[in-house]
Design a protein around this ligand. Structure first.
Ligand code: GCU
Length: 138
């Protein structure tokens, strides 16, 4: 498939909890980051092929303050403070996209809160390889 969705609630969470009290999420819930610098979620991606992909992060931020996050892939920084601006309410979900290069085997994508507010509520990470058909990702 060209795109595979990874639920945040199934990822590895450091300093956050899985909640389901704001509608509109996919799967069984979303990650509510603790409101502090350094809380993070790790996704493990194992593509069949190496190459460039789009990482699409789905989130909600019911505040009016940005909830920026540092995005790393296998420890290398893609974005120092990717913006996750307010979405208007905790039940309004939007996406933010970054490009990344993945290798075969396991890759770790980490999204770490960089301000005292913590991260936004994070629903999922979709990996889009741009291909029609092809092999499923996991
Ligand atoms: C509220 C909201 C949570 C959110 C939190 C925050 O408590 O219900 O879902 O995570 O604000 O500010 O991070």
């Amino acid at each position: 498939a060209a795109a595979t969705l990874h639920e945040a609630e199934a990822a590895t969470i450091s300093q956050g909890v899985v909640d389901s009290d704001h509608a509109g999420f996919t799967g069984s819930g979303f990650v509510n980051y603790d409101n502090l610098v350094g809380s993070y979620v790790d996704f493990t991606l194992t593509p069949a092929q190496s190459g460039q992909v789009r990482l699409v992060l789905r989130y909600a931020n019911g505040t009016t303050a940005d909830r920026p996050m540092r995005i790393t892939v296998n420890g290398a920084q893609l974005a120092p403070g990717l913006s996750f601006p307010g979405t208007g309410s905790w039940t309004t979900w939007r996406t933010v996209t970054v490009q990344a290069t993945l290798h075969t085997g396991a890759n770790t994508v980490r999204a770490t809160a960089t301000t005292a507010g913590g991260g936004p509520n994070l629903d999922s990470l979709t990996v889009d390889d741009g291909a029609q058909g092809g092999t499923d990702w996991s």
